[in-house]
Design a protein around this ligand. Structure first.
Ligand code: ADP
Length: 209
């Protein structure tokens, strides 16, 4: 994160004199406490400073890479997921291929009548079925999909870094984001390698606080 001149000055004051109250910092800069509040909030949120009630601000001493890793370890699936594309378990492989093209996704989630996840279909699952001699309009997807309980999933509160580790470990492209219901896991989102790549770019552009 790029700090502005005033934020750099505040950091210097706290480094040398902390713990120090917001009031005392404001006095030294000839500013009001209210003017200073946004800068103090940014410095605290970014992890440079910590605030203790009735004590004041102190310097955390964290390096740039520690702050970056703290930041990464707070990013949740919730803010970076995509809309899931689902097909019913009774649709044919042919229809699933059409859905994959129309919806422009690489992974389809297969659900039952209650929107509960029963399986996953990847591009290669559909390609594999297509090189056989069978009639694609008559094979239902539930014959060729990867089925529960072998589906790897995540919840919206999970950390993006844990999703990234699962994608690598299982050598897959996407995870369904699910919500527990009394009937099973309902699909509520989709998180893919593209979402993770976007997080990386957003981090580099300092768009994630
Ligand atoms: P591709 O087949 O295009 O390489 P993947 O690497 O995502 O795409 O899929 C590889 C295999 O893993 C496929 O057989 C697919 O059904 C399965 N798979 C994909 N996503 C998951 C998942 N979230 N959980 C379990 N298996 C999955």
């Amino acid at each position: 994160m790029e700090l502005n001149k005033r934020q750099e000055t505040i950091l210097q004051i706290v480094k040398e004199q902390g713990p120090i109250t917001g009031e005392a910092i404001a006095d030294q800069l000839n500013l009001t406490r209210a003017t200073l509040r946004p800068d103090l909030a940014i410095l605290t949120m970014a992890g440079y400073l910590d605030a203790r009630p009735r004590v004041g601000y102190f310097y955390t001493g964290k390096t740039g890479s520690q702050l970056l890793s703290d930041k990464i370890n707070k990013i949740q699936v919730n803010d970076h997921q995509s809309i899931p594309v689902v097909v019913h378990e009774s649709v044919s492989v042919y229809d699933a291929i059409c859905t994959m093209f129309l919806e422009d996704v690489g992974t389809l989630f297969v659900v039952d009548n209650f929107s509960i996840i029963v399986g996953v279909l990847s591009r290669k699952d559909l390609l594999r079925a297509s090189i056989g001699k069978q009639e694609l309009t008559s094979i239902p997807v539930n014959i060729i999909m990867t089925r529960m309980p072998n589906v790897t999933y995540c919840f919206k509160e999970d950390l993006i870094i844990d999703v990234a580790k699962k994608l690598i470990e299982k050598q897959i492209d996407a995870l369904p984001v699910v919500k527990q219901t009394d009937k099973g896991y309902e699909v509520v989102g989709r998180i893919t390698k593209t979402n993770i790549t976007k997080v990386l770019v957003a981090l580099a552009l300092d768009e994630i606080i």
